[in-house]
Ligand binder design. Sequence first.
Ligand SMILES: NC(=O)C1=CN([C@@H]2O[C@H](COP(=O)(O)OP(=O)(O)OC[C@H]3O[C@@H](n4cnc5c(N)ncnc54)[C@H](O)[C@@H]3O)[C@@H](O)[C@H]2O)C=CC1
Ligand SMILES: CC(C)CC(=O)C(=O)O
Ligand SMILES: [Mg+2]
Length: 369
Amino acid sequence: MRLKIAVLAGDGIGPEVTHQATNILRAVAELGGHEFTFVEGLIGGIAITETGSPLPTATLDAALECDAVLLGAVGDNKFNALPPDKRPEAGLLQIRQALGGFANLRPSIAYTALSESSPLRPEVTKDVDILFVRELLGGLYFGAPRWWDRESNEAINTMRYTRDEIVRVARVAFELASKRRQKVTSVDKANVLEVSQLWRATVTEVSKDYPSVTLEHQLVDSMAMHIMNIPRNFDVVLTENLFGDILSDEAGVITGSLGMLPSATIGGAVNLYEPVHGSAPDIAGTGKANPLGAILTAAMILRHSANLEQDARAVELAVNKVLDAGYRTADIARGQQPGQTPVSTEEMGKLVHQALAESIDRRQAMHAV
Ligand SMILES: NC(=O)C1=CN([C@@H]2O[C@H](COP(=O)(O)OP(=O)(O)OC[C@H]3O[C@@H](n4cnc5c(N)ncnc54)[C@H](O)[C@@H]3O)[C@@H](O)[C@H]2O)C=CC1
Ligand SMILES: CC(C)CC(=O)C(=O)O
Ligand SMILES: [Mg+2]
């Protein structure tokens, strides 16, 4: 299997966690006899500093020629005073738009070993396996008009969706639900917003093509409560861009940390893979970043861009094994056994690498018999 991956590490902890994710991909390639090549590019604050643009043309051109894009995170406090279109985050929005993926898949799985890492009680997080399907190219992040008039002290952003944009992402959610627990929860604010009324009517219409899948609608405000209260009730959660951004970060509480969450964006010219978290300037450079979200994102590359399901599962099992053995980065160290201390970003990466090598060796030995 050949795969060309653009690696855009970005800012803050982006390079730290991306390094561990690419190490895992290199290991999969080596152990499985695959040929993965990595093309590095600049994005975000580092790209502004080095080229003046948050998404240099060279980066976008390289990304468009690859089979997949692995992105770390963007964002640096030193650019906070800049207008949105000049900030590092603009580079991320531009590349999302250029690659064209509209369905951002954000799995939120509560690992049994981490039941003490979440502030929620273990009986609340037990068996939680939610898949957020977040629309990624519409809504407030992209709608026009958008401006801030500093004279009149007035600002505007626009939440806009067309029926077609809703249909295509809804289909992804229903297809995925039909292979899971047959339930879609669509989240909107249809009691107040016209955009949400269109969203709800369109999702209801699409649901008729999937009679085996149950559809329920929830308003976003009470959904934020339900998801903490009985997260096990949810299978696929379908929602628009901003609501999905917020709810999927909230789900980090169920899994123990935002640092545990991976994502894949599908449906465009090139799939885009990013951990859910940002550049975490508060811990950048300290070795405290949890690389598991990025490593699980690498597993999603294997699944969605390389069709290597067995290897994707091997990476996920390796993560599980390391957690079962009691290893924790600082963010998930709550409830760690007395006497155990948190491991660094690099140590966690090495532990997953070791567990992965052992499981792939075992698989190969079984095939050789
Ligand atoms: N995809 C992207 O590139 C995103 C970028 N951002 C940018 O990141 C910067 C920081 O934003 P925040 O709101 O602080 O969100 P954040 O996700 O960077 O961090 C939120 C909190 O979670 C912790 N955290 C995040 N990832 C972690 C990991 N892997 N291991 C351990 N702890 C982790 C951080 O230390 C922080 O306390 C901003 O500039 C923001 O715009 C935010 C979200 C997504
Ligand atoms: C443009 C980003 C910083 C938005 C975000 O937080 C995300 O996509 O998770
Ligand atoms: Mg976010």
